[in-house]
Design a protein around this ligand. Sequence first.
Ligand SMILES: Nc1nc2c(ncn2[C@@H]2O[C@H](COP(=O)(O)OP(=O)(O)OP(=O)(O)O)[C@@H](O)[C@H]2O)c(=O)[nH]1
Ligand SMILES: [Mg+2]
Length: 463
Amino acid sequence: MATTVVLARRAHLVGRILSDRAVVARSCRRQVQTQSQVEETKDEITPVTEWVPHTGGKKSGRNFIDRMRCTAIGGSGGNGCVSFFRDVFVPRGPADGGDGGSGGDVWLEADSSETSLSCVKQWLKARPGSNGRGKSMHGGRGSDITIKVPQGTLVRQILVDNKEAQAEGPNPGLDRSSRFLADLETQMARRADDKASLFVHYPRWEDRNDLKGVRLPAEFKAFRWAMAHAPPLSADLTSHGQRVLVARGGLGGMGNPHFISTEDRQPHYALRGLAGQTRVLDLELKTIADVGLVGMPNAGKSTFLRAVSNAHPKVAAYPFTTLNPYIGTLTYDDAAQITMADIPGLVPGAHRNVGLGHAFLRHVERSRVLVFVVDVSRPEPWRDLQMLRDELDLYRSGLSARPSLVVCNKADAGDIARRNFEAWRLIAPDLNLVPVSAMLGKNIRKATHAVRQMLDSICVGRT
Ligand SMILES: Nc1nc2c(ncn2[C@@H]2O[C@H](COP(=O)(O)OP(=O)(O)OP(=O)(O)O)[C@@H](O)[C@H]2O)c(=O)[nH]1
Ligand SMILES: [Mg+2]
């Protein structure tokens, strides 16, 4: 009898192995078929790779973003648990519901390797805390999220009734965020009025729980007060590793043991976790470079930056070759290093948004020294300098008064350049003019040393 059973089992096993092999063989045959089909079609279809730059949801082709709005939402706290100790001969033990874990926080951190805000998503959400469980098991804390932003990022909170932000005109992003915040506030207010909704109830105890006399824990009330009275956030992330907490995670709810009182020894309710903080933020990148290059399109700013630093911005003989700010690092003989920012060229009327407008001037706003790059082979180059100064002052009054140097570029461009330079020196003897040929690398050291001297004198003046 036993031998028959063993034989039958073996036969069953052999059958299964054979059928498995058949399935494997069939799938292999199918793979071979598909491979041969692919090989057949390979010659007919040329593969096309579509490259879509990440533009933070915008449809423009730019992948450099220096201003954006985003919404940071802290993780919500986990709910407290309603549970009672049970054991053999202990059908209704004391309350042993665990507390919910608090939600994760949202942080912004300055990172020197980031150059644009394009990697920041529009919704920054931290993980929620997990709910408490029976046997006094507390829920875990939701994990924080840290978003890396470039050094020089200004963070400002936008309030729903922020007149300044609304004065900027209709903004679908802001309107959406405001609507979202307004909805959230109404929801929260409704919840705060309705005490019952702050609690989780034991199954079928919703109506029997009398919550009128229940006192909310002090920690819970303090958290809600702190959230409601938090001052508007404003931060400037200037140094690598500097962090700012932009949205706090919600407090975890308390389990039912927190509500044991002389009147109620067996509370059948526990507190829900609180929602995380929500903030609509305006992020603005103002690059921090020691020196800012300002000039008209085609003046040779990028050529100059290439000649003096380790940067390799694109150079071409047409205006607006540079479309994004570019930062280069200059290293001097004594190993001192300074940073220099190249921005798109300015044209007359930039304040009226002609050309690329004033949008990029924020990247030289923080520079301690300005280098005006002027094409000295153009007729009356001093007029170009005046135009540049006027545009700077129209962007921010007094900006052109910063310590500055005028690089008279294209000095190699024949007699006209030499004559212009001589005339300019006579017209403005006090001006810091340095003739340079960025293309040929002539007189570059004189310009870089003049910049260094200016920076050093500012530092000495400060100390
Ligand atoms: N002859 C001469 N040509 C130069 C010199 N410097 C730059 N150029 C030329 O001028 C043209 C423009 O140079 P860029 O460095 O791209 O000018 P830019 O100011 O960065 O221009 P945008 O990025 O458009 O604002 C290029 O064809 C360069 O080769 C120079 O010292 N001498
Ligand atoms: Mg350029």
